[in-house]
Write a protein that binds this ligand. Structure first.
Ligand code: GMT
Length: 386
């Protein structure tokens, strides 16, 4: 097939899924065009077989790399749409698929407006704050809902997020669920023995995020300090973002400041996950939580808030432990119990590896490729006037 893919270029799960899907489809012999604002920051290699179309030179993007650039100017949107229309005409694209609705659902809507039924099959994937943030914004939500109705198929990454999306945009049916996927060749445990059986190093808790308020990273600090009062442990913080200075200040005021490592933004988080005993996620909401899946694939149990799609990604009590949002005391108790029980930790680690093996690239590619074929029943939204 001839496929166009739109996604953000920054760090972040939706960009990674869009880019990895594009590359995987190209490897399977499809002709794939990727449309991004600037060159993707993660996972991009010119020899990957995907044709990259960027709107701007890389130096023109001055936003923090962990931020999704959603507020495009009208001019940028128009030029991006025109570039895509040119490629559709020249290459006769069969499919145009976006990952993350803002601003790409509006581009798909423009394509529908220009080409009507001659448009390629339009597929949209909702990822997170495109629903939870923009779906609540009265200035954006109605327009976004109208744009989403232009798609032939709409998907999202978990059942709980599908429910939220249907309510936020008043959709006639829930988006289909296509789970996120990871490269299991990259996210794998090493060595295959429990890190807990290595007395030579302290227990290691890792947190990976973009340190936005939705990640509630001050709770990462508080939970770690609670654990540290009861156990020798260190905290690895991977990533960067607006709340990192406050988190750092909180940790540096404590007597365990020397037990924290600040590792910054990393293109490849696998080595940091692999060296950890526990992944800690304190998000107020996650539609999925890619890093939870990546950690499990590396043999690292997850301790996370019981929110959104995390309840589908982590098997409670088997591949990780979920605690009620805001109950940091419970989180500390759960962590200490697990980290002081090597047999239970090892069982959880093995279960996590097995469970994550069901989320390989092949599964994701197969599910999306099926959606690219026109089907009678999959029109979540019959075309409304645009
Ligand atoms: O929605 C966002 O805030 C950003 C988005 C992204 O591009 O990283 O994250 C969402 O999509 C990821 C990939 O599907 C999910 O793993 C994240 O859970 C989700 N974030 C939220 O729901 C807050």
């Amino acid at each position: 097939m001839r496929i166009g893919m739109m996604c953000h270029a920054s760090f972040g799960g939706s960009a990674r899924i869009g880019i990895e899907l594009a590359i995987a489809l190209a490897r399977r012999g499809h002709r794939v065009h990727l449309f991004t604002r600037t060159t993707p920051l993660v996972g991009w290699d010119r020899s990957n077989g995907v044709v990259l179309h960027t709107l701007l030179p890389d130096a023109a993007d001055t936003q923090h790399p962990a931020t999704l650039h959603t507020d495009w100017s009208e001019g940028d949107l128009q030029r991006y749409t025109e570039d895509i229309l040119r490629v559709i005409a020249a290459e006769r694209l069969d499919v145009l698929h976006f990952h993350y609705a803002v601003p790409f659902a509006f581009v798909a809507q423009n394509v529908r407006r220009c080409l009507g039924d001659m448009a390629p099959r339009l597929v949209g994937t909702l990822h997170g704050t495109d629903v939870t943030h923009f779906g609540k914004d009265p200035a954006v939500a109605p327009k976004l809902a109208a744009a989403l109705r232009c798609n032939d198929a709409l998907t999202t990454v978990s059942f709980s997020h599908a429910e939220l999306a249907a309510a936020a945009f008043n959709l006639s049916s829930r988006p289909r669920v296509v789970s996120n996927f990871i490269d299991l060749a990259r996210f794998k445990p090493c060595p295959l023995t429990s890190p807990l059986s290595n007395p030579a190093r302290p227990l290691r808790i890792v947190h990976v995020s973009n340190f936005r308020p939705i990640k509630d990273t001050p709770s990462v600090a508080r939970i770690f300090l609670g654990i540290r009062e009861r156990l020798e442990a260190e905290l690895w913080l991977v990533g960067s973002g607006e709340d990192l200075p406050a988190v750092r200040a909180l940790l540096e005021r404590s007597c365990y400041a020397d037990d924290v490592r600040y590792l910054g933004l990393q293109r490849d988080v696998a080595p940091f996950l692999r060296g950890a005993d526990l992944l800690l996620s304190t998000s107020l909401y996650e539609s999925f939580c890619m890093v939870a899946l990546e950690a499990m694939a590396c043999g690292v149990p997850v301790l996370a808030t019981r929110v959104g799609g995390l309840q589908e990604v982590v098997m409670q009590g088997r591949t990780g432990l979920l605690f009620p949002l805001g109950d940091n005391v419970e989180a500390v108790d759960l962590a200490v119990d697990l980290l002081t029980d090597p047999a239970r930790h090892e069982a959880m680690r093995q279960a996590a590896i097995r469970h994550a093996s069901e989320f390989g690239v092949e599964q994701g590619v197969r599910a999306y490729a099926a959606l690219y074929q026109p089907q009678v029943n999959d029109r979540v939204n019959v075309h409304a006037p645009v």
